[in-house]
Write a protein that binds this ligand. Sequence first.
Ligand code: SAM
Length: 160
Amino acid sequence: MNNYLKIFISEKFKKPGKALDLGAGEFFDVACLQQLGWKCEGVDIKTGVDLEKIYKSKNKPFDLIYSNYLLHKLKNKKSFIQTIYDNLKNGGWFFIHTFDQSDQNNKSDLSQVYLQKLLAGQEFNNVKIKLFSYYDNEKNHKHWHKILEASGQKNKNSSK
Ligand SMILES: C[S@@+](CC[C@H](N)C(=O)[O-])C[C@H]1O[C@@H](n2cnc3c(N)ncnc32)[C@H](O)[C@@H]1O
């Protein structure tokens, strides 16, 4: 499981809840969360959900919505942020990992400022964005990545 996500969950949640994985890939993180006692839904283009468009889950609202290494690929980033907002419980948390524009191995137009601007379009609290380097040590990879991490909480007082 994405170790940063694991740490984030242990800091923010005392007990398992309901989670949504946007761009779940091989559903590895979904399976790990389920083992930890979470009810977890994963969606991906490979399972028929195109996140270029707003997605509304029949299982909403969620306590946690996370997405690892999808956002930099999307053209319609605004719809993606709207999807997070629409499916999150008031007081629920989101967690995003994506590649920064300075990553050598990925096409990305994302920067901290751009991500901040995208998130400012919705009523989120406690938004934190950080940029850090990560060495991918997997076979046939062996290179550095520039990762943007964003987290925040849906506004508890929102009337939306
Ligand atoms: C780099 S993989 C990351 C998978 C997983 N989140 C992980 O961390 O291992 C990106 C995933 O995004 C999915 N994806 C790409 N474009 C998408 C779209 N428009 N809508 C939904 N999923 C998409 C791909 O199918 C792929 O599974």
